[in-house]
Design a protein around this ligand. Structure first.
Ligand code: KG4
Ligand code: ZN
Length: 334
């Protein structure tokens, strides 16, 4: 069989990214992260789509150049169609449609959440089926039973905030800029994770809840700051380590429960929050203690990137699953 060469585009939130993949091997994965949102404490949808519009052409050009590939060598054009911010998605989807039409090549529609899971197939050592994937990002928190490439069943998810939001919103309470997740991770290093005890929600099954934790942290910080206005600055490392410890333990306890009860002994983590060093350490520790096999994507494939869209598209291509040129973008997962 001849090679499969795909150009993939990701624009579901605030990263504009393009990647070229050949037979499942990433030749380029260029990511342009929008800085404009930092000052607003979160992603501003209107500004995100405007930046995607500015970035999409140069980002795709860089990805093609880095891959050292010409337009007529591309076999298909892929893009994220759901879920995400609708204005952001529409830029990538419209661009991909135009490109597919002008190149006379098929279009492949990729679900962003499935693509986060598929990032695990970009590693040299790939997970064996079935496996459980904890997908943790700024918009989603799911435990997914992965039965085959792209054949996935969500067995648990958040009932309110996502894990990434829990990081970002508590970071905002501490006065840290957006996105606060990586900053909590950074300041947690060397902090005492047992110093402050935050509550663990009691949610049945494999579902999650983070809004109660966020409120508990908000009240705690308000109380302590009333007593000592410099409380956050003086205790930043311990506060960050304690917040991270609790978010990670909530995630790990549910993943452990799911693995024990389903009997699935291969586990994986994916999504932006899987870049968190505390989560990576805890997942390694959990797997080692239970003799489970653990897979974690490389750093560059954890947060939003087109490489993961490309590997998902590769498997859709092999199944001849192409999208019509009038395929719609959707803010919700379909
Ligand atoms: O997957 P992603 O890039 O975008 C979405 O699909 O949402 O995830 C972004 C989320 C943000 O909430 C960000 O704060 C979080 O991932 N994140 C982290 C770390 N790196 C990214 N959270 C904690 N620790 C990190 N090192
Ligand atoms: Zn994502």
């Amino acid at each position: 069989m001849s090679s499969v060469r795909i150009l993939a585009i990701e624009s579901s939130c605030d990263d504009t990214s393009a990647a070229v993949i050949v037979d499942g091997k990433v030749l380029s994965n260029y990511i342009c992260t929008q800085k404009v949102h930092e000052q607003y404490g979160g992603v501003v949808p209107e500004l995100a789509s405007r930046d995607h519009q500015k970035n999409i052409v140069p980002v795709v050009e860089v990805a093609m150049k880095q891959a050292n590939i010409s337009w007529n060598e591309i076999d298909a054009v892929a893009c994220t169609t759901a879920p995400g911010l609708i204005g952001s998605l529409l830029i990538g989807v419209s661009f991909a449609k135009g490109l597919a039409l002008s190149l006379n090549k098929p279009l492949i529609a990729v679900n962003h959440m499935k693509a986060h899971v598929m990032a695990n197939f970009l590693n040299e050592e790939m997970p064996a089926f079935p496996f459980l994937c904890l997908t943790v990002s700024g918009g989603h928190t799911q435990i997914v039973l992965v039965k085959d490439y792209l054949d996935m069943e969500v067995i648990g998810e958040t009932t309110d905030d996502a894990a990434g939001e829990a990081f970002d919103k508590t970071a905002k309470i501490l006065g840290l800029p957006y996105p606060g997740g990586p900053l909590i991770d950074k300041y947690a290093v060397g902090g005492d994770p047992k110093r402050f005890k935050f509550p663990e929600p009691k949610i049945p099954g494999y579902d999650f809840s983070f809004s109660g934790l966020k409120t508990a942290i908000l009240y705690f910080i308000q109380e302590q700051t009333a007593l000592n206005p410099n409380f956050v600055q003086e205790n930043l490392k311990d506060i960050c380590a304690s917040i991270q410890e609790r978010i990670v333990s909530i995630l790990m306890n549910k993943l452990k429960k799911a693995a024990k009860e389903t009997g699935v002994s291969t586990i994986a983590i994916a999504g932006g929050v899987s870049a968190n060093s505390g989560l990576r350490w805890a997942a390694n520790d959990l797997a080692r203690r239970h003799r489970w096999k653990l897979h974690i994507p490389e750093f560059q494939y954890c947060t939003d990137n087109a490489g993961m869209i490309a590997i998902a598209a590769h498997h859709l291509y092999l199944k001849n699953e192409f999208a019509p040129l009038n395929v719609a973008a959707s803010s919700r997962a379909h």
